[in-house]
Design a protein around this ligand. Structure first.
Ligand code: ATP
Length: 347
C-alpha cells in the first residue's frame, strides 16, 4: 500500500492551513509529520483520514482516489492523543469493535483479540474496563483496536504525548516494533523532535502550512536545508563564514565564503580544550549525566557545545573551541540580522 498526496491545500476562514503539500508514504514506511503547534499537522492527518475535506489537491492510495471514499470506508486505523476508548466496553470489546461491525464471525474476532493482546503486551487484560487501566495501557488498547481491522494505513495523532516520559519511551519502541513487524504504512503527527527522530523512516518537517524539508532523521539533523529545520531539529549554532573559518581545524581547507548562508554546527560537533589564554570562556554548564551542555562566549558570539560528562568545566574557564575533525556541518540560509544563535536557550 502506498499513499500519495499531491498539491494539497486547505484554508480556514481564508487563512491557509496547508499549502501545496506533496508527500508519499510508501509500503511499510513510518512517516512523522513534525512541526510546531499550528503548522497544520493535524489538519493534514484529518484530511487523509477523511474527517475533513481539502480545498484542492489529490490523495490516492495505490492509485485509488480517496476523495469519494468516506472516512469509515477507507479502512484506516486511527489513534488519537486522548485514548478515546469506549468506556462502557471491556478491553476485548474495544479491540473487537471494528471487526464486529464488519460482521466478522465471533470465533475469528476472539482469535484476533487474543493475538492483539499479545502484540500490545496486555494478555490477561481482556475483561478490564478502560478506567481500570493506566494511561499507557489504555493507549496500547487503542493501538490494538486500530490494528484489529488490518488497516491499509495507520494514522496516529500525538498518540504518546499524554503519557509520562518513561512510558512514552517504552511505547515508542513497541509501536515502532509492531509497525515494522506488520509492515503497515504509518503517518504519525508529533511536535516532539526526539520522538520523530527515534521512530520515523522519514520526517516531514512542517512550518506554517508548508513542508520545509522531508527526509531521513539523519538528513534533517545533519543536512538541514533551511534555518527553520536547523533550529527545530535540536540545538544549532549558525555561524558566519568568518567564524566558520576560525573554527575549522588548521589542516582542513578553508571554507568558501557563502554570502547569505550560515554554517549549521551542532553542539556535539564542537571540540573543547581547556587552556588558560584560549578565546572561549565558559558561561554556564548544564550537567546531564552522560553528557553536558556548555554555553560559551567566543569571539563576540555565544556558542552551545556538548561534550561527555567526564570533561570537568566550570563557568569562567577558558577553552579552545574547534570543529570536530569528523564533523561535516551544512550551510543553511542565514538569518537576516547579525550572527545567529539560539545557543543560549538550551544550556
Ligand atoms: P498542534 O500541534 O497544536 O495540534 P497542528 O500543527 O496540528 O498544531 P492544526 O491543528 O493542523 O495544527 O492547525 C493548523 C492551523 O489551522 C492553525 O492555525 C489552526 O488554528 C487552524 N485550524 C485548525 N482547525 C481549524 C478549524 N476547524 N477552524 C478554523 N481554524 C482551524
Amino acid at each position: 500500500m502506498s499513499l500519495r498526496i499531491q498539491n494539497l491545500n486547505k484554508a480556514f476562514n481564508g487563512q491557509p492551513a496547508l499549502r501545496h503539500i506533496d508527500l508519499t508514504v510508501g509500503p511499510a514506511d513510518f512517516v512523522c509529520l513534525l512541526g510546531p503547534s499550528g503548522c497544520g499537522k493535524t489538519t493534514l492527518l484529518r484530511i487523509v483520514a477523511g474527517l475533513l475535506d481539502a480545498d484542492s489537491g489529490h490523495i490516492t492510495l495505490d492509485g485509488r482516489d480517496l476523495a469519494a471514499i468516506p472516512a469509515r470506508a477507507r479502512g484506516f486505523g486511527l489513534v488519537f492523543q486522548s485514548y478515546s476508548l469506549f468506556t462502557h466496553m471491556t478491553v476485548a470489546e474495544n479491540i473487537g469493535y471494528g471487526l464486529r461491525i464488519r460482521k466478522t464471525p465471533a470465533d475469528q474476532v476472539q482469535r484476533r483479540i487474543a493475538e492483539l493482546l499479545q502484540v500490545v503486551r496486555l494478555p490477561g487484560f481482556a475483561e478490564r474496563y478502560p478506567d481500570q487501566l493506566s494511561g499507557g495501557q489504555q493507549q496500547r488498547v487503542a493501538i490494538a483496536r486500530a490494528l484489529a481491522v488490518d488497516p491499509a494505513l495507520l494514522l496516529l495523532d500525538e498518540p504518546l504525548s499524554a503519557l509520562d516520559a518513561r512510558v512514552r519511551a517504552e511505547l515508542r519502541h513497541e509501536l515502532r516494533e509492531v509497525q515494522q513487524r506488520l509492515r503497515i504504512p504509518t503517518l504519525m503527527v508529533t511536535h516532539d523532535q526526539e520522538e520523530a527522530m527515534s521512530m520515523a523512516d522519514t520526517i516531514v518537517c512542517m512550518n506554517d502550512g508548508r513542508i520545509e524539508q522531508a527526509g531521513s532523521p539523519r538528513a534533517l539533523y545533519l543536512q538541514p536545508q533551511t534555518r527553520f529545520v536547523a533550529d527545530f531539529m535540536g540545538h544549532s549554532n549558525l555561524l558566519d563564514a568568518e567564524a566558520a573559518r576560525l573554527l575549522l581545524p588548521s589542516q582542513a581547507p578553508a571554507p568558501q565564503a557563502q554570502p547569505g548562508l550560515a554554517l549549521c554546527v551542532r553542539p556535539e560537533q564542537l571540540r573543547l580544550e581547556p587552556a588558560r589564554d584560549a578565546a572561549g570562556r565558559v558561561l554556564a554548564v548544564s550537567f546531564l549525566g552522560s553528557i553536558q551542555r556548555i554555553r560559551i562566549e567566543w569571539r563576540g558570539r555565544t556558542l552551545l557545545a556538548q561534550t561527555t560528562g567526564g570533561l570537568a568545566l566550570h563557568a569562567g574557564d577558558r577553552v579552545h573551541v574547534q570543529l570536530d575533525d569528523t564533523a561535516a556541518p551544512a550551510w543553511v540560509p542565514a538569518p537576516s540580522t547579525g550572527v545567529p544563535d539560539r545557543a543560549g536557550a538550551g544550556a
